[in-house]
Design a protein around this ligand. Structure first.
Ligand SMILES: Nc1nc2c(ncn2[C@@H]2O[C@H](COP(=O)(O)OP(=O)(O)OP(=O)(O)O)[C@@H](O)[C@H]2O)c(=O)[nH]1
Ligand SMILES: [Mg+2]
Length: 249
């Protein structure tokens, strides 16, 4: 779980949206899509850390640990996506969102929602079409070597094709309608890569911002990067996206 007050990267006041009120809240709300599969133990911390004006949409993906009940009790909007898969959950969340600007982040407590305004800022100011996080692990073991190596490899490929990124948009902010209009088809773990490929092909200005990457919340279970099997599944999804969408020229 992200530690309160332990940010590695500090963002200057200039990075904050011009649209902020004196209390730091954006005047226009931002819907925050939280794909969620069995994250009941993480949700209280994640939801409590949302800045003012940032409204949670918890997309329950068939949890069996009471995640939707926890989210509802804490005042979050809950939508259900019975079809398993990270991409399916994110797509359903974006479709359910109503705000012009939106964020997407994991519901497992590995990201700090208080960093969302720094991602929204360049999009709100018109300096970027998409703002994405670059994970900076806070401790050894947070990001297993096999998952990290796979990400580094694909990111290096992206850079060779002119997309200047070091991570695969694990947390992001953008314009809702534009994101949906990209027509992303992957509904599993290829979704973030397909998003980047389509955004780059459409000439989007993508800004990458350092974000803290903390251990997932205690009491939740790793589903992807925590096992070699999970990484292999993600690799299979990446490969399928590369085959069907291809690298930008
Ligand atoms: N694995 C998985 N995650 C889902 C699914 N639907 C929603 N999610 C959520 O998507 C987010 C990312 O999944 P994680 O399992 O945290 O994936 P990861 O961060 O790459 O890897 P670990 O945290 O190490 O498991 C979490 O908030 C999950 O709860 C699904 O079908 N499978
Ligand atoms: Mg995670």
């Amino acid at each position: 779980m992200f530690a309160y007050g332990s940010r590695l990267v500090r963002h200057s006041v200039d990075d904050m949206p011009e649209l902020s009120n004196s209390d730091g809240a954006r005047s226009a709300p931002v819907d925050v899509v939280l794909p969620c599969l069995d994250e009941a133990a993480a949700l209280p911390g994640v939801l409590a850390a949302l800045p003012p004006g940032y409204r949670a949409i918890v997309v329950d993906n068939g949890s069996r640990d009471g995640s939707p009940q926890v989210a509802t009790r804490l005042g979050a909007r809950v939508v259900h996506e019975p079809r398993r898969g990270y991409g399916a959950a994110v797509h359903t969340g974006l479709s359910a969102a109503t705000t012009e600007l939106v964020c997407v982040l994991d519901a497992d407590g590995s990201f700090d929602p208080r960093e969302l305004p720094a991602l929204i800022a360049p999009v709100a100011a018109g300096r970027a079409d998409l703002a994405v996080g670059r994970r900076r692990p806070v401790a050894a073991g947070v990001w297993p070597w096999h998952a990290r190596a796979g990400t580094a490899l694909v990111a290096a490929l992206l850079r060779r094709h002119g997309v200047p990124l070091h991570d695969l948009s694990p947390i992001r902010a953008g314009r809702r309608e534009a994101l949906l209009a990209l027509g992303i088809r992957d509904r599993a773990f290829g979704y973030p890569l397909e998003l980047l490929l389509r955004a780059a092909a459409s000439g989007w200005r993508i800004q990458e911002i350092d974000v803290v990457y903390a251990p997932r919340a205690a009491g939740t279970r790793s589903k992807v990067s925590g096992s070699v099997r999970g990484t292999l599944r993600a690799t299979r999804d990446f490969a399928a996206v590369l085959r069907t969408v291809g690298m930008p020229r």
